[in-house]
Design a protein around this ligand. Structure first.
Ligand SMILES: Nc1ncnc2c1ncn2[C@@H]1O[C@H](COP(=O)(O)OP(=O)(O)OP(=O)(O)O)[C@@H](O)[C@H]1O
Length: 268
């Protein structure tokens, strides 16, 4: 099955008679730290509704790629386009242009970064008021919907410190979703968690994937890559070494470097 067939089978949006357009497009993206080439001319397209898992050895550039997609880390070569809008142009136009565009990209990190002195509800509502200008009442209503969705409505009035790591990560997901993003980026969202708590978070991510959210997920969770994502991309040394429908790549990799990486993961 091709990547397009797989997405069509999933019911990803497609307009009859029209070529589907990528939601995210990277052209020859590059990033260096000193002499070290961390991203080496990455070309990538992510379609609306696609769930892309990025896996690969430590230091291969996965997190840097994710951070370049929303300009948390400005790339030093190439282009990032989200929908029809160039992030390069937005960045050149100034901070406010960039932050408007960044709102369409939700991001969840390994660490949850919740405000410890605010209730769970306030943590989810605050950015909606500041970034979207929602009234407190509207923001709180939306937050409660999202907290219910991640199974944590009963924690709304608690402080994050009273919640488990898995719960805190689910709150962070609700907070990112509250800004109504077009795409969600996840940077190893379960790697700071005990396996059992990680499963709670993965269940929320699986549900999100099933709603048709476009997702790019840097992960060490091979079962998520194989069973939830539509597409898997393997990185090594700042390059994409293999990319395709997830089950094809995970079960029948073509590249020697991918085979070695997957063998090493399975032997761990
Ligand atoms: N701010 C920085 N300054 C200098 N070097 C950096 C910086 N951020 C990342 N690097 C280097 O860039 C390379 C890629 O890092 P990156 O975190 O993107 O890899 P990764 O594939 O996500 O690794 P991991 O799976 O271990 O998280 C590494 O060699 C790292 O040391």
């Amino acid at each position: 099955m091709t990547e397009d067939d797989a997405l069509a089978a999933k019911g990803a949006p497609s307009e009859k008679g029209q070529a589907r357009k990528p939601l995210i497009k990277l052209d020859k993206l590059s990033k260096h730290y000193g002499n070290h080439t961390v991203l080496d001319g990455i070309d990538l397209e992510v379609m609306p509704g696609e769930v892309l898992a990025i896996i690969g050895p430590s230091g291969s550039g996965k997190s840097t790629l994710l951070r370049c997609i929303n300009y948390l880390e400005p790339p030093d070569g190439g282009h990032v386009t989200i929908g029809d809008i160039s992030l390069n142009a937005a960045a050149a136009a100034g901070r406010s242009e960039l932050s408007t565009l960044r709102r369409s990209v939700g991001m969840v990190f390994q660490s949850f970064n919740l405000f410890p002195h605010m209730t769970v509800l306030r943590n989810v509502s605050l950015a909606q008021e500041r970034a979207l200008g929602r009234s407190r009442k509207n923001a709180d209503e939306r937050s409660m919907q999202l907290l219910s969705r991640v199974g944590l409505a009963d924690k709304a009035e608690q402080f994050p410190g009273r919640c488990s790591g898995g719960q805190q990560q689910r709150i962070a997901i609700a907070r990112a979703l509250a800004l109504d993003p077009d795409v969600m980026l996840f940077d190893e969202p379960t790697s700071a968690l005990d396996p059992e708590l990680g499963l709670e978070v993965l269940a929320v991510m699986r549900e999100l994937a099933e709603t048709g959210m476009t997702m790019i997920v840097v992960t060490h969770e091979m079962s998520f890559a194989e069973n939830v994502s539509d597409t898997v991309m393997i990185m090594a040394d700042g390059k994409i070494i293999e990319k395709g429908p997830s089950q094809d790549v995970m079960r029948n990799p073509q590249q020697e470097r991918t085979k070695r990486f997957l063998r090493a993961v399975h032997d761990r």
